[in-house]
Design a protein around this ligand. Structure first.
Ligand code: SF4
Length: 375
């Protein structure tokens, strides 16, 4: 088996920040129960690890006792949720990703200017629910081109129609929907800059670029993680089967059975595999999967492992985006005499050692985007 690690993969700046926020709140107030509204990020392991540390996840603000601390997840919340937290006298720490906040701000601005807003995204996704809540009377959700005839638009030729998108859509699918919207509403306004975030775009571009060279794509991520599911779809779009798995326990041998004999008996022994992860998937799960793949099928059948031939990392974009901590958390830290800057967790590179991944990956620079990853 030959394994290619996609770079970038896994945690984005928004997820790093959101996890950091819950970590810091737990450290600041070990004596108080901490509640998180919705999953902090859409990853089963991240959520379970916080549950093990005493965090309670809730789907309704009314589940949180008055006066407690509540953290809003990276996906953002509607103003109604913020108001309910205020009325319950909760200390709200907002871990919404700033790139989601940007879409909220666009929705508010367009609504104030009297636009009819079409929000391209998945209606039941937490992020879309939150964005829609900013201007429920002005926003309609569009999930596919088939939704367009059902939209209630006063005048299709009006110049007061705008579209926005969920941050974690497939860029391929979004393009199809946006093209259809532009045909139906010729004067529709684009967002000031793409709402699909840099992390989603970069991870999808890496898969789009590398997948044609491999037999199978494995995406580490949870089933409810929009950007993880989109990575499997991008792979399928270029004709390569892709599988989403939460961790190594879900790995299946028969995913590789179609691989032809290239000299080692075919199947997993001859497979070329691209390994990537959604923006909410922790890197230790990727490393564990990598070790297991190398352990089972990394060498020639019955022969020893040749690390330089079996594992490589393709660097498609080098990301260096970081987000600061939310203002409420900084205030809580200062109240405890802690300088927020002294507690910043820096986004770092992967620790590409043989000990972590099962073999030391050879690095192949394929950077296509210059300064991509910063916006
Ligand atoms: S995927 Fe994008 S929008 Fe979502 S948290 Fe990460 S950076 Fe923010």
């Amino acid at each position: 088996m030959h394994i290619v690690l996609a770079n970038p993969r896994g945690f984005c700046a928004g997820v790093h920040m959101a996890i950091d926020v819950v970590d810091q709140v737990l450290d600041l107030h070990p004596e108080k129960p901490v509640y998180v509204y919705h999953e902090i990020v859409h990853n089963k392991h991240v959520v379970h690890r916080f549950k093990d540390r005493g965090v309670t996840f809730v789907e309704e603000v009314s589940e949180v006792p008055e006066g407690a601390i509540i953290v809003f997840s990276a996906h953002g919340v509607s103003p109604a949720v913020r108001e309910e937290a205020r009325q319950r006298n909760l200390t709200a720490v907002d871990a919404t990703c700033p790139l989601v906040t940007k879409v909220h701000s666009e929705a508010i601005r367009y609504a104030r200017q009297g636009y009819e807003i079409l929000l391209v995204g998945h209606a039941d996704h937490q992020e879309v629910v939150g964005t829609r809540g900013e201007a429920p009377d002005a926003i309609q959700v569009v999930e596919s081109p088939e939704d367009i005839p059902r939209l209630k638009i006063k005048d299709p030729n009006s110049s007061k129609i705008a579209y926005l998108t969920q941050t974690t859509l497939s860029t391929d699918d979004a393009e199809v929907i946006i093209t259809a919207l532009k045909q139906a509403f010729p004067n529709i306004k684009d967002p000031p800059s793409s709402d699909i975030c840099y992390a989603t775009t970069n991870r999808q571009q890496a898969v789009r670029q590398i997948a044609p060279e491999v037999d199978v794509v494995l995406v580490v991520g949870s089933k409810n993680s929009s950007n993880s599911v989109r990575l499997t779809e991008i792979s399928a779009n270029v004709g390569v089967p892709a599988f989403l798995l939460d961790d190594v326990s879900e790995l299946k041998d028969d995913w590789f059975h179609h691989v032809p004999d290239r000299g080692h008996g075919g199947g997993p022994w001859d497979a070329r595999v691209l390994l990537t992860a959604g923006a909410s998937a922790p890197e230790d799960l990727v490393a564990e999967l990598c070790r297991e793949l190398l352990n089972r099928w990394g060498g020639k059948h019955g022969a020893s492992l040749h690390a330089d031939k079996t594992l490589e990392q393709r660097d498609v974009f080098n990301e260096d985006t970081e987000f600061g901590l939310p203002a409420t958390l900084k205030k809580l830290m200062r109240e405890k005499g802690i300088d927020p800057d002294s507690r910043r967790i820096r986004v770092g590179n992967y620790d590409l050692t043989a000990e972590t991944y099962g073999a030391a990956p050879k690095r192949v620079a394929l950077t296509v985007g210059g300064a991509a990853g910063t916006r």
